[in-house]
Design a protein around this ligand. Structure first.
Ligand SMILES: [Zn+2]
Length: 421
């Protein structure tokens, strides 16, 4: 049976560059956007009107870089990443709930072990766990002992190809590799390349055979430049990017996924790893560099999406940070919605154009006059169903009957395709 709902609100920001459509509401049919229109344009016997007259409606946010199981404020992220599966699963459920409550309806997961991201993706799609729809990578590729290395690590073109094939076989939506060290690990450098150009090229080539983009964790220096030269889909973090590398990225159409909350928010690495001098000195280094590089990114007009990098619930901080560094409020909202969807190559979300999933959040204030309004999410809908009511403190799992087509690739959850070969 077809269902049609009209969401009445103060105005709609649809994730395109149109901006605010004052007085318009959202018409939803069978979980998809039918139109952004005014109440007097819609009628019909089966129409349900949802009254959110006090709210501004925005597309569900897309967190373009995060993890299910990590909590940076607790420290030793690498240890957390290697923790027991049962412990990770319990924490993961809570973390995913936090994402959803903050308005994140789609999230790209950037490395997990135990196949836990594949499992969560499917369980969320089946309605057994409440969370954003997930795009997953499986374990990221990092050399032995490198930042983010899951287990033994992997190096050499043939081994990297094999690792790509393994992740692709399990149903990965994208491939993650670490081409520089990271801030939150001891003894890794932020600019030295972890891989040769040949190794990066082999990874991208193999992923391409499976239709998968490759994203590189990279802060700067040769590790970022080699990845860009090899045709990487996106640079993740990029705190130490120089004008030269940014110019190359712009020329090649490489995305930057900015992740500033983990670096700058007081509950991020600063809280978790305060007792580790080698990490804290990199926090200081990366903060100083990121203040400069973000200005260069802005001036170059590079394409930017945002990710919380496990700072669950802080997608608002990522958008606010862009505005504090020269982006307009509308550009920041687009970075948190449509640009995220573009990085994910997911044409089903990111804007509220007809045919897209009716994933949206209701805000108490207009984010285009004050970006901090994106923190004030009261209600969250996924595929036209309310999944979070923050005012009432309720998270709900969409009923199974609502799950048709929820998976990113259109495969029906639980039917075997897309996992374990
Ligand atoms: Zn990350």
């Amino acid at each position: 049976m077809s269902t049609t709902k009209f969401v009445r609100c103060r105005g709609v920001i649809d994730g395109t560059d149109v901006g605010l459509r004052e007085g318009a509401g959202l018409l939803v049919r069978d979980g998809r956007v039918a139109a952004v229109t005014s109440r007097d344009q819609v009628s019909g016997p089966d129409l349900t009107v949802l009254d959110f007259s006090d709210y501004y409606l925005v597309p569900g946010f897309v967190d373009a870089h995060t993890h299910v199981t990590i909590r940076p404020g607790e420290g030793d992220q690498h240890g957390q990443l290697q923790g027991p599966a049962a412990w990770q699963a319990i924490r993961g459920v809570a973390n995913l709930g936090g994402m959803l409550r903050s308005g994140v309806t789609t999230a790209r997961i950037m490395t997990e072990v135990h196949d836990i991201d594949f499992e969560f993706k499917e369980r969320i799609a089946l309605g057994e766990v409440t969370g954003p729809r997930l795009h997953v990578s499986g374990p990221g590729l990092s050399p032995p002992g490198g930042h983010g290395s899951a287990g033994a690590g992997v190096s050499g073109p043939e081994n990297l190809r094999e690792a790509v094939r393994r992740n692709a076989g399990k149903g990965a939506d994208h491939i993650k590799m670490f081409t520089t060290g990271g801030v939150s690990s001891s003894g890794t450098a932020l600019e030295t390349s972890a891989y040769s150009g040949e190794e990066i090229a082999a990874t991208i080539d193999e992923a391409g055979k499976h239709g998968l983009p490759v994203s590189a964790h990279a802060h700067g220096g040769p590790g970022a430049e080699l990845a860009v030269d090899a045709g990487i889909h996106s640079i993740e973090h990029g705190a130490l990017l120089t004008e030269d590398i940014i110019g190359k990225m712009r020329h090649r159409g490489t995305w930057l996924v900015a992740t500033n909350s983990i670096l700058f928010h007081p509950t991020g690495i600063e809280q978790g790893d305060a007792s580790e001098p080698s990490i804290m000195s990199k926090v200081t280094q990366a903060r100083a560099a990121a203040e400069v590089s973000l200005g260069l990114v802005r001036r170059a007009g590079l394409r930017v999406a945002v990710g919380t990098d496990s700072m669950h619930g802080l997608i608002g901080f990522e958008m606010e940070w862009l505005v504090r560094h020269g982006w307009t409020e509308l550009e920041a909202v687009i970075a948190g919605t449509a640009s995220g969807a573009a990085v994910l190559r997911d044409s089903s979300c990111g804007t509220l154009e007809p045919g897209k999933r009716a994933d949206f959040a209701l805000l108490r204030r207009n984010p285009l006059t004050d970006i901090t309004a994106v923190y004030e999410v009261d209600h969250v809908f996924r595929s036209g169903r309310q999944v979070a009511d923050n005012a009432a403190g309720v998270l709900s799992v969409p009923p199974r009957s609502d799950l048709g087509g929820l998976m990113a690739d259109g495969h029906v959850p639980g039917k075997g395709a897309g996992r374990a070969g």
